[in-house]
Write a protein that binds this ligand. Sequence first.
Ligand SMILES: CC(C)(COP(=O)(O)OP(=O)(O)OC[C@H]1O[C@@H](n2cnc3c(N)ncnc32)[C@H](O)[C@@H]1OP(=O)(O)O)[C@@H](O)C(=O)NCCC(=O)NCCS
Length: 222
Amino acid sequence: MASPRREPGPIPPARLPGGVWAFPARDGLPSAPPGATHFPTLPDSGPTPMIRIETETANDVLAREALLDRAMGPARRLKPSERLREGRLPAEGLALVARDGDRLVGSVRLWNVSAGGVPALLLGPLATDPAVQGRGVGSGLMQVALNRAELAGHRAVILVGDPEYYARFGFAGELTCGLVMPGPVDRRRFLAVDFTGRTLAGAGGQVVATGAPERDLARIAA
Ligand SMILES: CC(C)(COP(=O)(O)OP(=O)(O)OC[C@H]1O[C@@H](n2cnc3c(N)ncnc32)[C@H](O)[C@@H]1OP(=O)(O)O)[C@@H](O)C(=O)NCCC(=O)NCCS
């Protein structure tokens, strides 16, 4: 069954490569114009006027890992999803960070997997700095990541997370009922979004990592 598409809502979906993001009006702040690549932070968030969503660079790795430890604790490394990420590179163009000035305040990455034989992406971890939570940064990262994924030709995204949060981006549990993660997961939290409405229909079996091995990074850089 197709999961509900992401609601177009009042916000034009970000459609251009490069992290285009239009931000909803919130707490009296104006929406960014369609096509804007930045959105305003709340007035009390310090001297830097904008939070930007950008592609992660090698210089971000330490700050990203520290952010994930702060937001999720060390137990994050024990999750079954981690088995699909360890030793792999994220999907091309799908490691994103949010920056407030020079400070990294959010992170999301997507990973190539086979979902019972069907090419798909695994999303996660998603985290934002506690200092900026509730300001739309998590939603911004999700919107940009999903739009980039769809633009890049990916057809479905799976994740393990709270349905109460991810439903707003179109994620639902029905599409994963035939899929098996590499470890025990709460089925209620095993979710997917299907951009085509038919990619995951009938998909069944193990979710396995298909991302490029990390050692390829050294080869690419050489
Ligand atoms: C989940 C997380 C990424 C959201 O980031 P954020 O920048 O606060 O997200 P947004 O500002 O876009 O959205 C905030 C909204 O989501 C809600 N929300 C946040 N986490 C939620 C959760 N686990 N379940 C349900 N709703 C949640 C907030 O209550 C808030 O609701 P509101 O808009 O009605 O006020 C952030 O809280 C975080 O890093 N948490 C710790 C790491 C984590 O648990 N990540 C996995 C999420 S399952």
